[in-house]
Design a protein around this ligand. Structure first.
Ligand code: BGC
Ligand code: CA
Length: 309
């Protein structure tokens, strides 16, 4: 089984890939050895295509691909189809038209809209229960939004739906700034440090498309010399260990669990079923091609359940 990720330094993807390897290992039997090779595309679609080609030449039976550019899967699809090797795309969703090009293409991920709605709901609940979030008591919440990667399905929908949900819940918002930080902690920290210089105590809320960037915001406040009680409220998505710990400690107020266990387990189950020529329709796929895991809300009240995993 050949697994190719988009980069080597995305903590969420690495955590999910580790789980995938473990799952595949557990599925070995006396009669079936599973050899998993994990490589990354180094943020370059061209490079990723070449790695896929090498994996095909090396004789892999199933491909699991986390695309660099989700709009450019054509070359991979063509190569795989030629050798009749099924492809399980994950996390970076090809458009439907591409996935329908051949019957042995699958997508395992989540419904991005759901994560945006849930994030909006957690933030709204928190604000309703904590009027002190509105530091200057002007009846509006001044906020910053940290965005993932331009063009990524999750960044687009999370941004849209978290804000839309907050407005629907009757929260009065005032946008200070939206910043792309590529899902990355370091980049978010830089962006946030500049915003702190610019807006200072005006910032009351930070909504982040993922946890790594939310943690970058926490770092920025720490480095700017703020006491924890003076941080704005900060919300992420993913439920990575560092973020769960931050929610427990109160440097972040909430996150949305992006269920990497279930996604990894499904990828392993589908991959092995395809290898054995078994029926995959029993695995709960939508439109015979899609598996979408459910997100879950996390805040200080239930964070311990997730930390114990
Ligand atoms: C995750 C991000 C991750 C991205 C990579 C998203 O679903 O929430 O943390 O960086 O996928 O594609
Ligand atoms: Ca305010």
């Amino acid at each position: 089984i050949g697994v190719v990720t988009y980069t080597q330094d995305d903590p969420f993807i690495n955590a999910m890939t580790d789980q995938l390897k473990e799952n595949l290992k557990k599925m070995e039997t006396d009669h079936m050895k599973i050899i998993t090779t994990v490589k990354n595309g180094d943020d370059n679609q061209q490079d990723q295509n070449e790695i896929v080609e090498e994996m095909i030449d090396a004789g892999c039976d199933v491909l699991c691909v986390n695309l660099v550019d989700r709009t450019a899967p054509s070359r991979i699809i063509r190569m795989a189809k030629q050798e009749d090797i099924p492809v399980l795309f994950f996390n970076r969703e090809p458009v439907r038209e591409d996935l329908m090009q051949w019957e042995k293409l699958y997508y395992i991920g989540c419904n991005a809209e759901q994560s945006g709605i849930m994030q909006g709901e957690i933030v709204a609940d928190y604000i309703k229960n904590h009027p002190e979030v509105d530091k200057n008591q002007d009846g509006k919440i001044q906020y910053i939004l940290l965005e993932g990667e331009a063009g990524h399905q999750d960044a687009i929908s999370r941004t849209d739906y978290s804000v839309k949900t907050l407005l629907e819940q009757g929260i009065n918002l005032e946008k200070l700034s939206y910043q792309f930080a590529d899902w990355n902690r370091g980049q978010a920290e830089n962006r946030m440090s500049r915003l702190i210089e610019q807006y200072g105590d005006e910032i009351e809320l930070v909504i982040s498309n993922n946890d790594e960037m939310a943690l970058g915001a926490v770092e920025a406040y720490k480095n700017a010399g703020y006491m924890q009680s003076d941080y704005p409220v900060i919300f992420g998505i993913d439920g990575l260990d560092d973020a769960l710990e931050a929610v427990r400690l109160g440097t972040m107020q909430g996150t949305v669990y992006n269920d990497r266990e279930t996604q990894a387990r499904k990828i392993a189950l589908i991959a092995v079923a395809l290898f054995r020529g078994n029926d995959v329709s029993v695995l709960g796929l939508e439109d015979e091609r899609y598996y979408m895991a459910q997100y879950r809300k996390v805040d200080v009240n239930n964070v311990d359940e997730f930390l114990q995993k």
